[in-house]
Design a protein around this ligand. Structure first.
Ligand SMILES: *Cc1c(COP(=O)(O)O)cnc(C)c1O
Length: 378
């Protein structure tokens, strides 16, 4: 059985967790392991970062920092995870869903402008599969219309656009360390604050609205309640699990890219024959091997392929049901313009097994079975 995902595990993880429990004797947030993770990200990205309990929570923090108010509008693709929208709906925003590009499954930058109104407060590009959105165009639209750019880079750690890490390009960004992502702590995330004026408040919001972070740095002699906030800091045990993955982050990234290339090379013949479509990586982007998907002809063919692979012990899965057609999506937002690609392309997309411990021979086996499926169909 080849499963779809296994959480990334590196051996030192257990040692670090044991150290947190038995040596440091400190399990609540912001201990040495959280600090070491934070330092790693700050050195890598050059942004102010804070480890959080999830990417969902990191996005909630960005919505608070951007001071989203009831009646504000937020633009995003409909082809995304619920949290992208939920984080803003919680603050009273209405969601304006914009169609995606067929080639990258990312928001179509050329359609954003037509969704802008004088209530637009933020644009939230989602870097699907760790492949960057067309950020220069998006930043330009945001600048001209005075709204925030908040990157949902949940899948994007280590991916980049024009040499800049995803999540560091807009005003704020968010990563996920959920077990399905490239680097994981079970449940967890990171908020990237790329503008100085929001750094101070981000610490306060994450610590229940208190200035406790300043207190621990010795900048003030007691801490108190100064703003709204919540509890967004993860436990040291989670940070201890993540840290050793960061220590070999490039190695993990290379391994995933290698598996991705193996899939790509193995399946490009089927694409040439016009039977499937493969992911497209714009030249401005380097991706992180987060996901390998193919596109079947339509929903029916995809369903048959899932079944076929299952019979051979391979778990392949589809992805998002577009938010604008969900119960909450209809209640809290609406699609702007025509849905040319979102529904149609999401119904064709199929994700193949992809995780750090996956073997090359397993990828070859999956490639063989996909080819076999198409050779039998004709
Ligand atoms: C995984 C994911 C999230 C949510 O991440 P959590 O850490 O599970 O909260 C949000 N947006 C996108 C695009 C994701 O892939």
């Amino acid at each position: 059985m080849i499963c779809f995902n296994e959480p990334t595990y590196v051996e030192k993880g257990i040692g670090y967790i044991t150290e947190a429990i038995l040596k440091n004797r400190r399990l609540n947030g912001d201990g040495v392991f959280t600090e070491r993770c934070t330092k790693w990200f700050e050195e890598r990205t050059g942004s102010k970062v804070l480890l959080t309990t999830s990417c969902t929570h990191a996005l909630e923090m960005t919505a608070m920092l951007a001071e989203i108010q009831p009646g504000d509008e937020v633009i995003m693709p409909s082809f995304t995870f619920v949290s992208t929208a939920d984080a803003f709906v919680l603050r009273g925003a209405r969601i304006k869903f914009v169609d995606i590009r067929k080639d990258t499954m990312n928001i179509d930058e050329n359609l954003i402008e037509s969704a802008i109104t004088d209530r637009t407060k933020a644009i939230v590009p989602v870097h699907y599969a760790g492949v960057g959105c067309e950020m220069d165009t998006i930043l330009d639209i945001a600048r001209r219309n005075h709204c925030f750019v908040i990157e949902d880079a949940a899948q994007g750690m280590m991916g980049s656009y024009k040499g800049k890490y995803l999540g560091t390009i807009g005003d704020m960004g968010a990563y996920s360390f959920h077990e399905t992502k490239n680097y994981t702590m079970g449940e967890g995330g990171l908020v990237l604050v790329n503008r100085k004026e929001y750094m101070h408040r981000s610490e306060i919001i994450r610590e229940k609205g208190t200035n406790r972070a300043q207190f621990f740095r010795g900048e003030i002699d007691k801490y108190s309640w100064v703003d709204v906030g919540s509890s967004y800091l993860p436990s040291e045990m989670n940070a201890a699990y993540l840290l050793p993955q960061l220590e070999i982050a490039d190695e993990i990234n290379s391994k995933r890219l290698k598996l991705w290339e193996l899939y790509y090379d193995g399946l490009k013949e089927l694409e040439r024959e016009g039977k499937i479509e493969l992911p497209y990586i714009p030249k401005e982007c380097s991706h992180n091997g987060h996901m390998f998907y193919i596109k079947a002809k339509d929903l029916e063919e995809r369903t048959e392929l899932i079944q076929y692979l299952k019979e051979y012990g391979i778990k392949a899965v589809f992805h998002y049901i577009p938010l604008h057609s969900s119960i909450a999506g209809r209640k809290y937002g609406e699609f702007v313009g025509e849905d040319r690609n979102t529904t149609k392309e999401s119904e064709r997309l199929l994700r193949l097994p992809m995780f750090y411990a996956l073997g090359e021979e397993e990828v070859e086996y999956v490639v063989g079975k996909v080819k076999e499926f198409y050779s039998r169909r004709r």
